[in-house]
Design a protein around this ligand. Structure first.
Ligand SMILES: [Fe+2]
Ligand SMILES: [Fe+2]
Length: 343
């Protein structure tokens, strides 16, 4: 009898955290960063060696069972952004550089907070799910996947290795020089505050965890839009004076962050795809398809992230920007240019 080799679907923590063999340390603007370049000059994200191999295998297995990674993409792209790329360029051309500086600082600090993802308690999902999840990504969340994700965001400060937080600060310092402006802290309110129980059939713990995964997916996915726009600004000629070559390097660093984030979005789509494909046990002793649980709250989260929140943020941002532009010697003209560039 011939045996067909079945693909590996269970992975150890060490395998999931394993990295490529980089040719040299990844040092930019004096900061040691995660990930690195291979001998051929190509960038590879940190902890991507085993993780990407595992995601390939889990995705293939999910598709073989008739499921698919959660198709989040199309619904998450809309929503106004303020300031948008053109408005950011108007500000920089007129010498108002602190707005873009602040944005880069704030993104770095929000990334640093993402380190909490490594520490999120994972409920005993197998106890809540009828299907055997030991050969799925969702069976590995506490076994290295969320740990890898959190470290990607916040780095390993003990070892002096910067994650996305330090990568943004490196990009910022390349474009403007270190200490060009004051430090700044993020505003609260990235995720929706909502205590409604949308999934009363399952425990609050499970609902919170599913909601956490979906929230991180939405935040990661929408962040990507801003990262792409940031690269466009950094690559726009004439905005960074004598630092224009460094600004191009900064754009490349943002490109590396985007490459890292692709693994996050892909992972989260895989988790939600798997959760949608399995059957959950209900508190009353019955069962419910995972797809029914996910679909019930997903629409509301998307509505909030792509319509409600952007509209609210745009009003606040317009007022903050107006106040900032008033300090410009030619404020009326700059404000007019700024408003003309609105989406
Ligand atoms: Fe990140
Ligand atoms: Fe991320």
């Amino acid at each position: 009898m011939t045996m067909i080799d079945s693909p590996q679907l269970t992975f150890t923590r060490d395998e999931l955290l394993s990295s490529h063999d980089y040719a040299k340390p990844h040092v930019v603007a004096g900061r040691t960063l995660h990930g690195g370049l291979l001998a051929d000059g190509s960038y590879h994200p940190p902890r991507a060696l085993g993780r990407v191999h595992a995601l390939d295998a889990w995705e293939a297995a999910l598709r073989q069972r008739g499921g698919e990674p959660f198709p989040a993409s199309a619904t998450l792209l809309s929503g106004a952004r303020m300031p948008n790329t053109e408005q950011q360029i108007v500000l920089l051309r007129n010498g108002i550089t602190d707005v873009f500086w602040n944005m880069l600082t704030v993104i770095g600090k929000i990334e640093a907070r993402g380190a909490f993802i490594a520490l999120v308690p994972v409920p005993d999902l197998q106890a809540e799910i009828v299907d055997d999840i030991s050969q799925m990504a969702i069976g590995h969340l506490a076994g290295g996947l969320l740990e890898a994700h959190g470290i990607d965001e916040g780095g390993i400060p003990d070892q002096g290795i910067g994650g996305h937080d330090q990568m943004w600060f490196a990009a910022r310092d390349l474009a403007f020089g270190p200490d060009a402006h004051d430090d700044v802290e993020p505003q609260p309110g990235l995720a929706r505050e909502d205590d409604t129980r949308y999934l009363p059939e399952v425990s609050a713990e499970v609902e919170q965890f599913l909601s956490f995964i979906a929230n991180v997916l939405i935040i990661e996915f929408r962040a990507e839009i801003g990262f792409r726009e940031t690269q466009t600004v950094l690559r726009t000629p004439g905005l960074f004076g004598e630092r224009s070559d460094d600004a191009l390097v900064a754009a490349d660093i943002v490109g590396r962050i985007r490459t890292d984030e692709e693994i996050h979005v892909r992972s989260l789509n895989q988790y939600l795809g798997e959760f949608s494909s399995v059957t959950f046990r209900t508190l009353d002793g019955g069962t419910i398809p995972g797809a029914e649980l996910i679909d019930r709250f997903w629409g509301g989260m998307v509505e909030w992230a792509t319509v409600t929140k952007p509209a609210r943020d745009a009003v606040t941002a317009r007022s903050t920007m107006q106040t900032r532009i008033q300090r410009h010697p030619d404020a009326a003209r700059v404000l007019q240019e700024f408003d003309a560039a609105v989406d």
